[in-house]
Design a protein around this ligand. Structure first.
Ligand code: NDP
Ligand code: 2IT
Length: 443
């Protein structure tokens, strides 16, 4: 058995009940084979073995009361995966599907993503199986306060800095931050994605979606193509999807779909984003209600969004939402590029199918890194107790995304895999972290 086969076996045996984590780590291991062959130092220092095992996993009970006075119990999680290059950094997800497999896959991806930003942030992730849907404002606050009453002892502006993810936006960050401050009596940059009035950064709200488009622009340009005039299929209608749609439209693209977990809409005239913002950011309604505002639109219950003909697909909802059959349909309909806005939305078979059919493909850890990058800029602004203008922060984001494309593209080239941005992202992200681990001795 080769060394890499041993690593793969060990991954599967030690994490048997964690399919999403195995999926994310398998992709990285596959990409790193040429790096391990070329540089024996990583093998000699057991870097892969150490990277795959989180520094620390925290699980806790969250007890809260609902509006009827019932006592409710949920599970809270934080995985502090790797802090070789900076404090642990990564979002919190509130969704009924959250468990250690989900949090570990997200935390693992975050190590490489954060490394690619070029900013000093390590990898972590957390969340809860709490379902925010249908909860009152008071219930959300009760839950957030109780969640932070345990989490606060594990985090800190120089230790671990959580942010949002699915089900956690600026409202939840506000309640979490308020409780942290009650407990610690410190106004520090311990969370990112804060509102502007108490230490948030301009552009953070838009950053993941905008970043997806800045990366896509660089990737298309490198192949002599452009966004102008292209038809987009976007999934999701949350934070990432909304601002990906906004930037795609600003850059001359036409977006014809968006979705939520119930179904999807097709608007032949192009998505009217103000309607989506009203439904999703203001009134917390379903995507099905879009039709009431735009009679030409068609609503489809359930899946099927990837059967829509398009030039560019941006999966921006959740993991494993685009499978091999969807990839085949997209290729059949002539898709030229797929950029992941969500984390691991395409399964491994779908990714391989895109690559072998010459579709430009960017993995989430490269193309959605704009969110965490602006989070790191928020930390920097909090440290100097100052805030930058929208234009300045947006310029920095744009440059960071272009730089990520260069790093990813160069690493792929260097290891003989030109155009394979999955391998490029994993290799470039890995080398910085691995070298920092080597320099700091055994941990
Ligand atoms: P939001 O909670 O704002 O939106 C999530 C969207 O995805 C909603 O439209 C939601 O529909 C849909 N969705 C969630 N779960 C499912 C599911 N199981 N099946 C179908 N649709 C689903 O989250 P974000 O936009 O912040 O996050 C979206 C993705 O982007 C996630 O993968 C996240 O990890 C990733 N990401 C987020 C970043 C950020 O800065 N926010 C940064 C980088 C990556 P519904 O409302 O019906 O649940
Ligand atoms: O997946 C991600 O990169 C995020 N949810 C954002 C993390 C952050 O710390 O801003």
């Amino acid at each position: 058995m080769t060394y890499m086969e041993e690593q793969q076996n060990n991954l599967i045996q030690s994490n048997a009940n964690e399919p999403e984590f195995i999926q994310a780590a398998t992709e990285v291991l596959q990409s790193l084979e040429p790096v391990i062959q070329k540089h024996s130092k990583y093998r000699e220092s057991a870097i892969l073995e150490r990277l795959i095992e989180p520094d620390r996993q925290i699980k806790f009970r969250v007890t809260w009361t609902d509006d009827k006075g019932n006592i409710r119990i949920n599970r809270g999680y934080r995985v502090q995966f790797n802090h070789a290059i900076g404090p642990y950094k990564g979002g919190l997800r509130f969704h009924p599907t959250v468990n250690f497999s989900i949090v570990k896959f997200l935390g693992f991806e975050q190590i490489f993503k954060n490394s690619l930003t070029g900013l000093p942030i390590g990898g972590g992730k957390g969340g809860s199986d709490f379902d925010p849907k249908g909860k009152s404002e008071r219930e959300i606050m009760n839950f957030c306060q109780s969640f932070m009453t345990e989490l606060y002892r594990h985090i800190g502006a120089n230790t671990d800095v959580p942010a949002g993810d699915i089900g956690v936006g600026s409202r939840e960050i506000g309640y979490l931050f308020g409780q942290y401050k009650r407990l610690c009596n410190q106004h520090t940059g311990v969370l990112t994605g804060k509102n502007l009035s108490y230490g948030g950064s301009l552009v953070r709200k838009e950053s993941t979606g905008y970043g997806v488009l800045y990366f896509l622009d660089a990737m298309l340009k490198a192949s002599g193509k452009s966004i102008e005039g292209k038809t987009f299929v976007i999934s999701g209608s949350g934070n990432v999807a909304i601002y990906a749609c906004q930037k795609a439209q600003e850059m001359g693209g036409k977006v014809v779909t968006m979705s939520d977990s119930s179904g999807w809409i097709y608007d032949p005239d192009g998505i009217e984003l103000e309607v989506i913002k009203e439904l999703k950011e203001v009134t917390q309604r379903r995507i099905a209600d879009y039709k009431a505002y735009r009679p030409n639109a068609v609503y489809h219950e359930g899946t099927g969004i990837w059967n829509t003909p398009c030039d560019i697909a941006l999966p921006c909802a959740t993991q494993n939402e685009l499978l091999l059959s969807d990839a085949k349909e997209l290729v059949k309909n002539g898709v030229i590029a797929v950029s992941e806005g969500a984390n691991m939305p395409c399964n491994l078979d779908a990714v391989h199918y895109f690559q072998s059919n010459k579709v430009l493909f960017s993995p989430g850890k490269a193309s959605n890194a704009g969110g965490v990058a602006v989070s790191a800029l928020e930390m920097a602004q909090n440290s100097i107790r100052y805030s930058w203008s929208f234009e300045k922060t947006d310029r920095k984001l744009n440059q960071i995304m272009k730089d990520i494309f260069e790093k990813v593209s160069n690493a792929a080239e260097e290891y003989g895999l030109p155009g394979n941005y999955v391998a490029g992202a994993n290799i470039a992200g890995f080398i910085k972290v691995a070298d920092a681990m080597l320099a700091q001795g055994l941990f």
